[in-house]
Design a protein around this ligand. Structure first.
Ligand code: NAP
Length: 313
């Protein structure tokens, strides 16, 4: 089929609420030498999407702007120096500069991998940033080992629900926090203990935890320090304020937020775990491209159970 000259895309021209998102007809992007043109099937939503749209993430992203970083789809064409992928390949990955909420997007070849064969495009689009952030936090930053105890604050969200499964696969014990109606979901994911953060903070945990993964952030995370053993560490995936004096006194390290690069090799590693049934992707909700605003509203609610996805075709 011949490539059309234009495509449907969601774009905003000014920062603001979800109402600034507009469906527009735009030129299909052209690939450079190291890029792949992907016919987008689905776009995974991350909190960064609405943080950029609202202006909360600052003004370093040029307007007008097409949201959507995590994509899955089919390779339409490849740049001259791309040798690892060819038209027709089913892929997933992360774009270099957003643009995913569109029928076509260009992606650097080394930020794509073959879609895990055991999942569909919807689930594959949910994996890149959440999966890589979970892996990086636990294994690169935390050096999590079998037999250790991990507490995940926000265990039911995009990063959290994958982190639970990665930690169990590694052989760690996992305590997960969420609101009470998500208790059975966290047990299905494999947590050893559930903490209802709305009531029983931090009942019964004592100082038994080696590593805390905090996906919630904000200024209410001090209680997490009380759960860590001396020598333990807290790894935030989002900005948080923690009592530094208390941490020092208890010999606890609070790490900086890191953003791990999404690469072909770390995507392929996650894909293998998915194909082997070690990670299951939970889908909170799916919205058509035209209803991207509803997907942003759902993400902004911070109540997602797993991942929110936009279906393009
Ligand atoms: N560092 C990185 O590489 C990286 C990558 C991607 C995203 N991030 C950032 O990491 C953060 C988490 O991302 P995400 O995609 O996992 O978010 P998310 O999917 O929007 O998180 C939603 C989940 O958070 C839970 N939650 C909200 N408030 C809570 C609280 N006080 N205590 C416990 N759980 C709570 C909710 O559970 P309940 O409904 O039960 O409250 C819900 O299941 C975001 O700030 C995001 O920007 C970082």
């Amino acid at each position: 089929m011949e490539l059309p000259r234009t495509m449907k895309a969601i774009r905003f021209h000014n920062h603001g609420g979800p109402e600034v998102l507009r469906l527009e007809e735009l030129p299909v992007p052209k690939t450079s030498e190291r890029e792949v043109l992907v016919r987008v099937h689905a776009v995974g939503v991350n909190p960064g999407d609405w943080q950029i749209r609202s202006g909360f993430a600052g003004d370093r992203f040029e307007l007008p702007y097409i949201p959507g970083w995590d994509v899955s789809g089919v390779v339409e064409s490849v740049g001259d120096s791309v040798i690892n992928l060819r038209p027709g390949d089913k892929v997933f990955g992360m774009t270099a500069n957003s643009g995913g909420c569109a029928e076509y997007v260009t992606v650097p070849f080394d930020q794509l991998a073959l879609k895990p064969r055991s999942i569909d495009f919807i689930e594959a689009s949910a994996l890149p940033q959440s999966g890589v952030a979970a892996w990086h936090s636990l294994f690169e930053q935390g050096k999590l080992e079998a037999g250790q105890t991990l507490l995940i604050n926000g265990a039911a969200g995009g990063i959290g629900h994958i982190a639970v499964q990665l930690a169990r696969w590694k052989g760690a014990s996992v305590i997960g926090t969420a609101s009470p109606h998500k208790e059975s979901f966290l047990h299905e994911l494999g947590v050893d203990a559930f903490v209802d953060y709305t009531t029983d903070l931090p009942a019964g945990i004592g100082r038994s935890v080696d590593i805390v993964l905090d996906t919630v952030g904000g200024d209410k995370g001090d209680w997490l320090l009380d759960t860590l053993k001396p020598g333990g560490c807290l790894i935030p995936t989002a900005w948080g304020r923690y009592a530094s004096e208390k941490a020092t006194k208890a010999s606890i390290t609070v790490q900086e937020v890191q953003f791990a690069p999404v690469t072909t090799s770390n995507l392929a590693e996650l894909a293998q775990l998915v194909n082997n049934g070690k990670i299951k992707i939970a889908i909170d909700s799916v919205f058509p491209l035209e209803e991207t605003a509803k997907a942003h509203i759902r993400s902004e609610s911070r109540r997602a159970r797993g991942k929110i996805v936009i279906q393009v075709q």
